[in-house]
Design a protein around this ligand. Structure first.
Ligand SMILES: C[S@@+](CC[C@H](N)C(=O)[O-])C[C@H]1O[C@@H](n2cnc3c(N)ncnc32)[C@H](O)[C@@H]1O
Length: 252
């Protein structure tokens, strides 16, 4: 996959794309992230990228010409790709909220162009002319679209086949499968500051462990994100939940 990022602050991306999974994905040739400075596409004398809003009001608005040219340049750099295989995305708090399902959808494409806004935002004509989709990373306002773009890149990159060590890692986690929250994890030591690893995890009984994990996952989701439980629990799921609830009751 190729990802083009259009930003006024390219330096913000250097440490992020050069570390951890994104670095590995690039080294394996699975991901190419190209960062472009929007200012390089401002052909006015002083490379101006923003201006005051028509109609008045506080703040500045990013001008359309540099952004549209930057997007067109990124699309041509991406090469001849079916339009259905690429997506131009504007990061904006006014967009649809990004989700794991959206990350999965984007991971199936070949080319993403991410536009990072600043100031009050960008001229609407950029959206009308070249943007396919507007995405928000949550109901809060940041100063720029750089952190949101990094969130999208990271979540999409780890879904690309071959990026994570085991394909199972991305399949067996929060929001995957049933879309519920993941069960709690434990590692060595067996006892830490008086707290023991649940006995079931040491039992070697894989079926019991699977039922415990499922029960914990349902319990957590019901407590923290009941909105994620969209269908009735199966009889098996109810049994898993009852088991963990009664075991937790014994510990209290
Ligand atoms: C200060 S914000 C602009 C907010 C805009 N005036 C509004 O009220 O919707 C500047 C830029 O940060 C980015 N941004 C801020 N919060 C974001 C969020 N929650 N998700 C995605 N992008 C965000 C967008 O690119 C936006 O253009």
């Amino acid at each position: 996959m190729r990802v083009d990022v259009l930003t006024l602050f390219p330096e913000m991306f250097v440490p992020v794309i050069g570390a951890s999974m994104l670095k590995i994905a690039a080294e394996k040739g699975l991901l190419t992230v190209s960062i472009s400075n929007i200012r390089d596409f401002a052909y006015s004398k002083h490379r101006v990228v923003d201006d005051t809003p028509f109609g008045g009001g506080a703040g500045m608005v990013m001008k359309p010409e540099p952004l549209v040219i930057a997007v067109e340049n990124a699309l041509s750099e991406g090469g001849p790709i079916e339009p259905t295989q690429r997506r131009v995305i504007l990061m904006t708090p006014a967009g649809k909220v990004f989700s794991q399902a959206k990350a999965v959808e984007l991971a199936n494409l070949r080319h993403l162009v991410l536009i990072c806004g600043h100031y009050e935002g960008i001229d609407q004509r950029v959206v009308d002319l070249v943007v396919d989709e507007e995405l928000s990373i949550g109901d809060y306002v940041l100063t720029g679209g750089e952190l949101p773009a990094m969130v999208v890149i990271d979540s999409v990159a780890r879904l690309l086949p071959g990026v994570l060590g085991s394909e199972l890692s991305a399949g067996d986690e929060t929001f995957a499968g049933d879309g519920w929250l993941e069960y709690p994890h434990y590692t060595r030591p067996r006892e830490f500051r008086g707290r023991l690893v649940p006995e079931v995890l040491l039992s070697g009984d894989h079926a019991r462990i699977a039922r415990w994990r499922r029960g914990q996952s349902i319990k957590r989701t019901l407590a923290r994100r009941p909105d994620l439980i969209t269908a009735n629990l199966s009889l098996d799921d109810k049994k898993c939940l009852c088991t963990v609830m009664s075991e937790d009751g014994k510990e209290d």
